[in-house]
Write a protein that binds this ligand. Structure first.
Ligand code: FE2
Length: 332
């Protein structure tokens, strides 16, 4: 693969090789390093100049990890994100507890880091999701805390091979998601954002309008609200690559009957026709498959990871030894 004038491809032992097509084998993820020692302004300028090439690389590979560039602070990261020029995506309707750090940079997820965050496409539970997600390693994890990634079309293809009836059912009906969120934040949960924060208002009528734009109905409860979203497609077509991706929130969701309690922090999923999702063993199998196919590269301070959110699922491994500070920025 040709490299740019400023970037060279690097190899890491964790990368997976998917060999096919006229381009020969493709490494997942692509890892880019600077050709020579550089400073942050040169990196930004190179990004602007090579934007088209970087975008086509992302379109082929799904993820680019930039390693060895002098990105040292949240504001450096913000400048790098700006250099790509993708429009910013507001975190409207998103469920992770997050705090703005600077510009368009936020904490990744403030739930306790010793908890695993299973594989997901960012905001797959609403119709308006980011096309790209940037992560930045401000503080390298002690032990653990990787952000594993997996190519979603591989998950789709393997699921279709192994469980064709299940896939046909969810594709036919779509999926409806239900979740209770509170008036106040629940920072102990990976999806513990309050409705005021999720819809960026204290006004219930405004929240209802904003939720409706995201195919979500709000049912008010005491000190909380129940969100009902969908039906949404259970898979999506990656038009550029002409293949389907496993773009849903199934492995993070409860398939049983929902209890309407304020203490219930789970996301629930059912088929779009109101029937329960068939056979939860299939979902467990899906999670196993994602774990087999994923790549988990230990973070290095200064790493920037750019993910095509339609092509790739990501998660978070439990942190075994602090510290860890990963920041995020979402693009339309
Ligand atoms: Fe995420």
């Amino acid at each position: 693969m040709a490299t740019g004038r400023f970037f060279q491809e690097a190899n890491l032992p964790e990368q997976k090789s998917y060999g096919n097509g006229a381009d020969g084998s493709l490494l997942f993820p692509v890892v880019l390093s600077p050709i020579t020692n550089t400073d942050i302004t040169v990196f930004e300028e190179a990004t602007r100049l090579e934007k088209q090439w970087l975008e086509s690389l992302l379109q082929k590979s799904g993820v680019i990890l930039f390693r060895g560039f002098p990105v040292t602070s949240p504001s450096d990261f913000n400048d790098v994100v700006e250099a790509f020029g993708f429009p910013e995506m507001a975190y409207m309707g998103g469920r992770a507890p997050r705090t703005k750090v600077v510009g368009r940079v936020y904490t990744a997820n403030e739930s306790p880091l010793d908890k695993q965050n299973p594989f997901h496409h960012e905001m797959a539970y609403i119709p308006d999701f980011p096309s790209k997600v940037f992560f930045f390693c401000e503080e390298e994890p002690g032990i653990g805390g990787e952000t594993p990634i997996v190519l979603s079309h591989i998950v789709y293809e393997k699921m279709k091979d192994k469980h064709p009836e299940f896939v046909a059912q969810i594709e036919k009906h779509g999926l409806t998601y239900k979740k209770i969120i509170c008036d106040e934040e629940r920072p102990m949960s990976t999806s513990g954002r309050s409705w005021k924060s999720a819809y960026m208002t204290d006004d219930k009528n405004v929240a209802e309008q904003r939720a409706a734009e995201l195919a979500t109905k709000l049912e008010w409860m005491e000190n909380a609200v129940k969100l009902v979203t969908g039906p949404l497609p259970a898979t999506r077509l990656d038009k550029e690559n002409q293949r389907k991706t496993w773009f849903n929130h199934l492995v993070l969701s409860n398939t049983g009957p929902m209890h309407d309690s304020i203490d219930n922090q789970d996301t629930y999923v059912e088929l779009g026709n109101g029937d329960p999702v068939p056979d939860i063993h299939v979902i467990k199998d899906c999670l196993k498959l994602m774990e087999q196919e994923c790549v988990a590269i230990p973070w290095k301070k200064g790493d920037v990871m750019l993910i095509n959110n339609l092509m790739v699922l990501h998660g978070r491994q439990p942190l075994l030894k602090p510290p860890r500070q990963i920041l995020a920025s979402l693009c339309k």
